[in-house]
Design a protein around this ligand. Structure first.
Ligand code: ADP
Ligand code: ZN
Length: 241
């Protein structure tokens, strides 16, 4: 009997990890990347240039944003890309797994690239913000209409929940808050964003995180911040009924 084969050939499996902001999509993606490496598979990690929240070339989960200790080796080196064609150009012939972080921020041509990688036997793992702040499927520019198309072609999908910062229940939605005024003590007052404000998509840029609120320049408050909320605590101002 021959010895068990250690390096199994890749099968072109498409995995989608999705949910709201702060639900642990990055943590789960990095967990899978590490397991693939333990299995001695060649992994390449990609992230969109727009997602420059904490570190330019590393993918770090949200909890480290507060830690401020970048010496901790929990992140993974990533190729920062602006367009799916860069992923195609950077992919090495020997790569078994392509992991793509925050895939909703890449142009819809990623869809055909994912299908191509799968045909070629490269496993693909995507992390995806599945809804915008209006609770609608996250819109994507280009050949696909929204992130739902990636879910449709996935061989495995994993929906994650965050914790609602208002009531502590499971949170499936990302609450957008916009700066409304500054109070007498200089503290910012944020209100639920209107249905008609901009959705941060491909080609738009805005600060994406609640953590910016604690940035070093206390008076320079971001125009909008985001937090995780459950269906009951999630509010969209001016939402058409
Ligand atoms: P995602 O990629 O889905 O935005 P991350 O993997 O970057 O999420 O971060 C998940 C981590 O963020 C959690 O393990 C937790 O430490 C932290 N976190 C901060 N706010 C929340 C929240 N409201 N609900 C759950 N986790 C949160
Ligand atoms: Zn709630």
């Amino acid at each position: 009997m021959s010895a068990p084969e250690h390096n199994k050939p890749s099968v072109g499996k498409i995995t989608v990890i999705h949910g709201p902001m702060f639900s642990g999509k990055t943590e789960e993606l990095l967990r899978r990347v590490r397991r693939a490496k333990i299995a001695r598979r060649k992994v390449q990690l990609f992230k969109p240039a727009i997602d420059n929240r904490y570190h330019a070339t590393q993918v770090l989960p949200h909890f480290l944003a507060h830690a401020g200790d970048e010496s901790m080796q929990v992140g993974e080196a990533a190729h920062v890309v602006s367009h799916p064609r860069e992923i195609a150009a950077l992919l090495k012939a020997e790569t078994d797994v392509a992991a793509i972080e925050e895939a909703q921020f890449l142009d819809g041509s990623l869809f055909e690239l994912v299908r191509r990688f799968s045909r070629q036997g490269v496993d693909v793992i995507l992390s995806l913000l599945d809804q915008d702040y209006r609770r609608l499927p996250f819109p994507i520019a280009g050949s696909v209409s929204n992130v739902g198309d990636y879910l449709a072609i996935a061989h495995e999908s994993l929906k994650l929940a965050a914790i609602c910062v208002v009531c502590g229940q499971d949170a499936h939605h990302s609450q957008k808050l916009t700066l409304s005024s500054i109070d007498r003590e200089g503290k910012p007052i944020y209100k639920p964003a209107s249905f008609f404000t901009e959705v941060v998509t491909v080609g738009t840029s805005q600060e994406l995180t609640q953590n910016k609120l604690f940035a070093d320049k206390p008076l320079d408050f971001p125009e909008s911040i985001y937090e995780a909320r459950c269906r009951f605590c999630h509010v969209v101002a001016d939402e058409p009924q």
